[in-house]
Design a protein around this ligand. Sequence first.
Ligand code: MN
Length: 243
Amino acid sequence: MSASAEQYEELAVANRILFDQEIVDGLGHVSFRDPDDASRFYMSRALAPGRVTPDDILAFDASGEPIDARGRSVYQERFIHSEIYRARPDVQAIVHSHSPTVIPFSVTTAPMRPIRAAFFYPEVPNFEIRDVAGWTNLLVKTPELGAALARTLGSNSVALMRGHGNVVVGRDVPTVVSRAIKMEADARLILQATMLGGPITYLAPEEAALIEEMAAAVTRGSEQAHDRTWNMWKEQALARNPM
Ligand code: MN
């Protein structure tokens, strides 16, 4: 068994949305775990996300290697995905991006806490690659570095990667795309609230739990908020940049 044509299509659309929403530029990637074989995941070949089509999607094994690359090159940072899937059986989809407003929080002591992004609880850890590998080019390009990032992520939904970007995990592709977009939005809100001065009133853990409970109750395929937003993002991304 393998992923369906609909899932390939959804992953290609996810790439297009992340590009259209300026979460990824020429770099960054999104993947999902095989629903029938938990040791496999799917991701585009090495390609700018704004160019990905269903035909570019490859299957990868648990060690992050393509099962049949068909002569195509693959992302160096695929071990972000393989090692998080290995460490987190609950995770079904992952986004890695360099979304710009989030990066300053990875290089300062400014706290990345939720104004609207309820999934920031329990916390937003920061992966310091120097702690595990000394001087590097910051790329998570080995299984060992991927495993170290997965340890930093722990049971959280997001992790910062110092001076580089972030990783977002969740239960399905629309959820991680939405979280990646909301994380960038929250970074902007924190900056704006900071400019106004004074202490910021962040979401309480109790409020965040209620918001997440509401998000988890939304069923895919229903025309509820989650789907409405996805369909709007999709329509806009494909109108501007036809697949
Ligand atoms: Mn990267």
